[in-house]
Design a binder for this molecule. Sequence first.
Ligand code: SF4
Length: 327
Amino acid sequence: MKNRVLTGDRVTGKLHLGHYAGSLKNRVALQEEHECFVMLADVQALTTHFERSELISCSLKEMALDYLAAGIDPNKTSIFIQSMVPEIAELTMFFSMLVTVNTLRHNPTVKAESKGAGLDELYYGFLGYPVSQAADIAFCKATLIPVGEDQLPHLELARKVVRRFNELYKPVLVEPQALISEVPRLVGTDGEAKMSKSLGNAIELDCSAEELALKLRKAKTDPARIHKNDPGHPDICPIYAYHGAFRPEGAVEIRENCEAGTIGCSACKEKLRLALEGLLAPMRERRVDYAARPRDIDDILQAGTAEVRRIAAVTMGEVREAMGLDY
Ligand code: SF4
């Protein structure tokens, strides 16, 4: 039987290589074998951007374009908008009865993310967003959730909520399994632990050939390599991390040559540039093609959302019936 796979992204801006390595590439492959859903998580974006909601509406179609450019095929994957599926909000409310505040407070990811988002206080919506995530997963009875290691506590919570619901009422929901991504997190071009648009260290999927070359030229390398022949330390170099993620077949050679001081950083970056150009050039072409047909993008989002709502209506019928609320 096909797995039902749910993935998504907070709608806060364009997607970059970190998204591609961490999940998009995986999604493109998964859609060949499974029933796939990709959620534009605009409600979840509000947990940190509620004062800048215009950023969310501006980013929505750009992100849809990024998905399509990266190879998400709307004939194989339903792309939908979270806020247009009110059943998710309804299920979130039902689930919120089953989770204690202490459980949410002790979730290590919530703590770290709240701090990282620069929120001065812990808001109710932010604290509760793992409950909303559990509803995102459960409403469509997703069986497989591709996640990075840092998202595992959320998935575990979703599994617990579903289990609790099934035990308390009736076993109508499905406990999802995690599919850990091979490259959970990509470092930034400045060597920071995470590639992020807001940190200014990202290579966006829609960047031009010139922008790509410039970003790589400026990217940090091992500071100990002053001369071309100085032995390097690839493990502290973001360029080496990118070789590993996007050009794995050549990464061993890069490591050996870097450590031996037999390759200069410019030559190393050029090899990477060629590999990345090979990845991004077809994406640019698909992007231009879709961007010229904005009505088609609207249709794709409408169709994906309609398909998801059809599934959501069935699930919520079962949920209400299990809870005795089917009047
Ligand atoms: Fe980084 Fe490559 Fe330079 Fe080594 S040779 S420090 S891996 S850019």
